[in-house]
Design a protein around this ligand. Structure first.
Ligand code: PMP
Length: 311
C-alpha cells in the first residue's frame, strides 16, 4: 500500500519526501520528534489516534527548547495528522512519526538564524519490544542531566544516548536496557518509562530523574488509580529496588505495557507476568483501541463513516 508523508507543507508520496544533505538537523541532531500510535479496531473498522493532542503539546515544548519556530498550532498539527492517516488508509496498527526540524541547508553548530520546518510520516507497526516479557540489563550508559541535554523532550540528538544503551543491551543478549540517572538512580528504558510494583503500589521514577514524562506513563497512572484503585508513587528509585520489586514493567507509545521478567539475570517476582501488570496491560489495550467508552476522549477516530462503509 502506498504511504504518504506531510513534507514541505504538502502531502506527497513517501518515496518523494527527501531532504538535502546539508540539512542542519541531519548533522547536529537539532530536531524534535514524536511517536504517536494509531490503533486499528477491526470491529469498528476504525483507526484511533491515541492522545494525539498531548503528543503535539510535548512537541511544542521541545520546539521552545530548541528554538524551532513551528508554523503550526497544536490544532493544525492534529488536523494534518488525521488527514495523513486517512490518506494512507492502513487497516492495521500504525505509528506516526512527526518531526519538527532545523531545515536550513547550513552547517555550523547553533540554534539561532536557522529556518525550521515540520514533516510527518506513517509506518505500519506492531509491537515494539517483540517479546511477551523482556529481559533487561542496567546500562553502563547514564541518562544525561537536564542541564546537559534535556531528556524531558524528544530531541533527536539526545537519542544517540539511547541508541548506545539499546545496542549494548542487545549485543549482550538482553531485550532492553534500563538507564540510570547521572547520580545512579533508576531513570527509564531507551524508549520506555519504567514502573515497579512494591507492596502492591506502583512506583515510578519522578520527573527529576532524567525521564521523558511519557504519555503512556500518565495513562497507566490514571488507569491504575481509576480502574484498580492503585496509587502511584513518583520518587527516586534505587537500582537494588529493581531486583526486589514484586513486578516490573515498561510503558511507551511504541512498547505499550511490556512486562519485565528479568533484570541483570535476576528474576522479577516469579519471572512470569505479574498480576497487576497483566490487569493494566488488558485495560490499556482496550482503552487505546476505543473499546472503553469512559476513555473515548483520548481516542481520535480517523476514518469518516462513509469510507468505513466502503472498506
Ligand atoms: N522514555 C523515552 C526515552 C522514550 O523515547 C519514550 C517514547 N516516547 C518514552 C519514555 C515513553 O513515552 P510515551 O509514553 O509518551 O511514548
Amino acid at each position: 500500500m502506498p504511504s504518504y508523508a506531510f513534507f514541505n507543507k504538502q502531502f506527497v508520496p513517501l518515496s518523494e519526501a527527501k531532504i538535502g544533505i546539508m540539512t542542519h538537523c541531519l548533522h547536529y541532531g537539532t530536531a524534535i520528534f514524536e511517536g504517536i500510535r494509531g490503533n486499528w479496531n477491526s470491529e469498528h473498522q476504525q483507526t484511533y489516534l491515541f492522545r494525539l493532542r498531548e503528543h503535539y503539546e510535548r512537541l511544542h515544548k521541545g520546539c521552545r527548547i530548541l528554538k524551532i519556530n513551528l508554523a503550526y498550532s497544536i490544532d493544525k498539527l492534529c488536523q494534518i495528522t488525521i488527514e495523513l492517516v486517512e490518506r494512507c488508509g492502513f487497516q492495521e496498527d500504525i505509528y506516526v512519526r512527526p518531526l519538527a526540524y532545523k531545515s536550513s541547508q547550513s552547517l555550523g553548530v547553533r540554534l539561532h538564524d536557522l529556518d525550521s520546518d515540520f514533516l510527518a510520516l506513517i509506518i505500519p507497526w506492531g509491537p515494539y519490544l517483540d517479546v511477551d516479557k523482556a529481559k533487561c540489563s542496567v546500562s553502563s550508559w547514564r541518562r544525561p542531566a537536564d542541564n546537559a541535554i534535556p531528556p524531558q523532550v524528544k530531541i533527536t540528538g539526545l537519542y544517540a544516548n539511547n541508541a548506545l544503551a539499546k545496542t549494548e543491551a542487545i549485543e549482550n543478549g538482553f531485550d532492553e536496557a534500563i538507564m540510570l540517572t547521572p547520580d545512579g538512580y533508576v531513570s527509564e528504558g531507551t524508549g520506555e518509562n519504567i514502573f515497579l510494583v512494591i507492596d502492591g503500589k506502583l512506583v515510578t521514577p519522578a520527573s527529576y530523574n532524567s525521564i521523558l514524562k511519557g504519555i503512556t506513563r500518565d495513562t497507566v497512572i490514571t488507569l491504575a488509580q481509576n480502574e484498580l484503585g492503585i496509587e502511584t508513587v513518583e520518587r527516586q528509585v534505587d537500582r537494588s529496588e529493581l531486583y526486589t520489586a514484586e513486578e516490573c514493567f515498561f510503558t511507551g507509545t511504541a512498547a505499550h505495557v511490556t512486562p519485565i521478567a528479568e533484570i541483570d539475570h535476576r528474576k522479577i517476582g516469579s519471572g512470569e507476568i505479574g498480576e497487576i501488570t497483566r490487569k493494566l496491560q488488558k485495560i490499556y489495550s482496550e482503552v487505546i483501541r476505543g473499546n472503553n467508552q469512559k476513555y473515548l476522549n483520548w481516542c481520535t477516530p480517523v476514518y469518516k463513516k462513509s469510507q468505513v462503509a466502503e472498506a
